[in-house]
Design a protein around this ligand. Structure first.
Ligand code: PLP
Length: 418
């Protein structure tokens, strides 16, 4: 076969999403939301109710959070500290944040990560060696899948949140581990961010009576939103102590950048000395560390943000259910609304929602969900109010009627996507 230039394939095949760029870019993908992060922002110059920002507790634009960020920026700039934690990027405040995070999620120790995605990817890579076996939920977030990709040993997926399937795979994994002499790592999310179900952590940890494994939980969407104190899905389900390695990002409830892992001290010590994404990359900047300390303090001492969040979540989810919308099996703030329709219909519908009803939410279609379904994903936050909810419920009723009446089908006839 003749050799090709590397870029020929890239130019010919832009990828599953890239191929829609000419009709989608700037609107459905890479949209620009402008103005302070809040319940109302600007899109294409018009005010929209924003349901697509993971600022669950509404901290992003709280005056005291903004002040803490500004003060830290004035004091340290955005460079400090330079270098990886192990070399020249370590500070008292990183340590303080780790102590406070560990205490908050009820673990012996924590390690702050410069980014969530590569942090968990690298955690997975560091926890397992080639004789170990990974068993993970098939619907896991891309960062978990990429972490598993780095693994040189065996891996099995279990059906999404299906304990019977997990059990079968644990049987297979156990047989294999008995041959390799390795151990087993099970990975679940605390909350699955697309559809909002909680990982069945209680039932997963119950399997520890029957099988020998360690459990890693990515609680990106649970941290700050679930549990009595907001310590996440483990606290909510009463099994935090049985999570062996707990991960959460600062990119959602904490309204920032960065992440952390928490576990027994011996495990965190091992990760600190072996985790490539932290050993060979710059440490989290001080602005973000000080900002995280402030946000964590607010999580601990200002429960009113979580209370307000849940008032909004309940009003939105109950309102949708009362109007007969299918919101699936969510058990978290993530609010999916499933409608029946094609991709072109979804595009016209979302445009109508944004332009004529002032509602900005994310849209998910095939291949992420089955063909013929449209998922509108709403993220309520503490900065929303009952007026936002009521306008949105009315808008959703109106667009459903139009969808069922075939209006979007007619309008979408010229869109070159099937
Ligand atoms: C479940 C889950 N894990 C990890 C991440 C990655 O976190 P970060 O944005 O901090 O890189 C995300 C996305 O933010 C996520 O949704």
């Amino acid at each position: 076969m003749p050799m090709k230039d590397l870029f020929d394939r890239i130019i010919e095949n832009k990828g599953p999403l890239g191929k829609w760029a000419s009709v989608a870019e700037g609107y459905f993908v890479f949209p620009k939301l402008e103005g302070p992060i809040s319940n109302r922002m600007k899109f294409n110059g018009k005010e929209v109710i924003t349901w697509s920002v993971n600022d669950y507790l509404g901290l992003a634009n709280q005056p005291e959070v903004r002040k803490a960020d500004a003060d830290a920026a004035a004091k340290y700039g955005s460079a400090y500290p330079m270098g990886a934690r192990m070399m020249s990027g370590h500070t008292d405040l990183h340590e303080q944040l780790e102590v406070e995070l560990a205490e908050f999620v009820n673990k012996e120790a924590a390690y702050v990560l410069n980014f969530g995605y590569q942090g968990i990817l690298s955690t997975i890579d560091t926890l397992v060696s080639k004789n170990d076996i990974i068993v993970y939920d098939v619907d896991a977030h891309a960062c978990i899948i990429d972490g598993v990709r780095l693994h040189h040993g065996k891996r099995f997926t279990y059906k999404h949140n299906d304990i019977e399937s997990l059990e079968k795979n644990l049987e297979r994994a156990t047989k294999m581990a008995e041959q390799t002499g390795g151990g087993i790592l099970v990975i679940s999310e605390g909350v699955f961010g697309m559809r909002g179900e909680q990982g069945r952590l209680k039932e997963i940890v119950a399997l520890k009576d029957k099988f020998q494994f360690r459990l890693l939980v990515d609680d990106a969407h649970g941290f700050g939103t679930l549990g009595k104190r907001g310590a996440g899905a483990g606290e909510e389900q009463g099994i935090q102590d049985d999570i062996d390695v707990y991960f959460a990002t600062f990119a959602k409830s904490m309204a920032s950048t960065g992440a952390f892992i928490a576990a027994d001290k011996e495990i965190i010590d091992f990760l600190k000395y072996n985790m490539r994404s932290q050993m060979f990359a710059k440490s989290l900047q001080m602005v973000l560390v000080e900002g995280a300390l402030k946000r964590l303090d607010m999580l601990r001492t200002r429960p009113e943000f979580k209370t307000k969040l849940w008032e909004n979540v309940n009003a939105l989810q109950n309102g949708l259910k009362e109007r007969g919308f299918d919101i699936g099996t969510t058990q978290s703030c993530v609010t999916p609304v499933y409608l029946k329709g094609s991709i072109p219909e979804a595009m016209v519908l979302v445009k109508d929602l944004r332009e004529n009803y002032g509602i900005f939410c994310s849209i998910v279609v095939y291949p992420v969900i089955p063909k013929g379904l449209i998922l509108l994903r709403l993220i309520p936050t503490a900065s929303h109010n009952m007026e936002d909810v009521s306008i949105t419920l009315d808008a959703f009723s109106a667009i459903r009627t139009k969808l069922e009446d075939g209006i979007y089908k007619r309008l979408s006839a010229s869109i070159p996507i099937s």
